[in-house]
Design a binder for this molecule. Structure first.
Ligand SMILES: [Zn+2]
Length: 229
């Protein structure tokens, strides 16, 4: 019975106008990096070239509700986001967002503060918050999550001189304190899963879906993007 229902429901779900917030961590699968969520550079470039005309800003998708559109987001601030993805996207005029973890800046494998600021000054790049410490909710004392939500926003805004309105949950994990506090500081917050952004999935601004793109999820992600566009 469930199987009989699944197909029509899925059809209805995917027939709604939708957009996609893509979650990437890398644009390389190099042994130079300790890679989880690696994405071969060839695949990254194929994705960009295949859907070049559909990429827009995260603001455009979330605030203006643009449909049949894709927004690229990177998490953590890995080095190759600056050295590999940025030049490629800049050359093609494609906007993207970096959800930055402040404690990772200027450490091995991650971008430097100078590199982050160079991108922050480019109108194509939006720097948004991925917290300070990237700890999981159960590693934090009561009250710490609320303080990190505020402090990461303030420190990033001081650093970049630009407004920070979006948050992405570190490792996609959240708890009651996150859900209770996140909209006090941010316009919306993003999960690390959940698929496409449409009328249904876009209703909860505390937990907007993203579509992960890495080597493991690549085929599924491309198929899903095909349904959006
Ligand atoms: Zn992360």
């Amino acid at each position: 019975m469930v199987e009989i229902l699944k197909t029509p429901l899925r059809k209805i779900y995917y027939s709604m106008p939708a957009s996609g917030v893509l979650m990437l961590h890398h644009a390389v699968s190099s042994a130079d990096f300790v890679i989880r969520c690696g994405l071969d550079t060839d695949r990254f470039e194929d994705l960009v070239n295949e859907y070049g005309g559909h990429f827009t800003t995260l603001e455009d998708v979330v605030r203006h509700g643009r449909k049949k559109a894709l927004a690229i987001t990177f998490d953590d601030g890995h080095k190759d986001q600056y050295s590999v993805a940025y030049p490629y996207l800049r050359e093609r005029g494609i906007p993207f967002t970096v959800f930055t973890t402040l404690d990772f800046l200027d450490t091995p494998r991650f971008m430097t503060t100078r590199q982050l600021l160079e991108m922050a000054n480019d109108p194509l790049v939006s720097i948004q918050s991925h917290g300070i410490s990237h700890r999981l909710p159960d590693e934090m004392k009561p009250g710490e999550i609320k303080r990190e939500l505020r402090a990461s926003k303030e420190r990033l805004e001081d650093l970049t001189g630009k407004k920070v309105s979006f948050f992405a949950y570190p490792s996609g994990r959240y708890n009651k304190e996150y859900l209770d506090s996140v909209l006090e500081e941010y316009d919306c917050a993003f999960a690390a899963s959940g698929g496409v952004l449409n009328f249904w999935s876009g209703r909860n601004r505390k937990l907007l879906p993203r579509l992960g793109v890495d080597n493991k999820s690549y085929e599924y992600a491309m198929k899903t993007i095909g349904r959006i566009i």
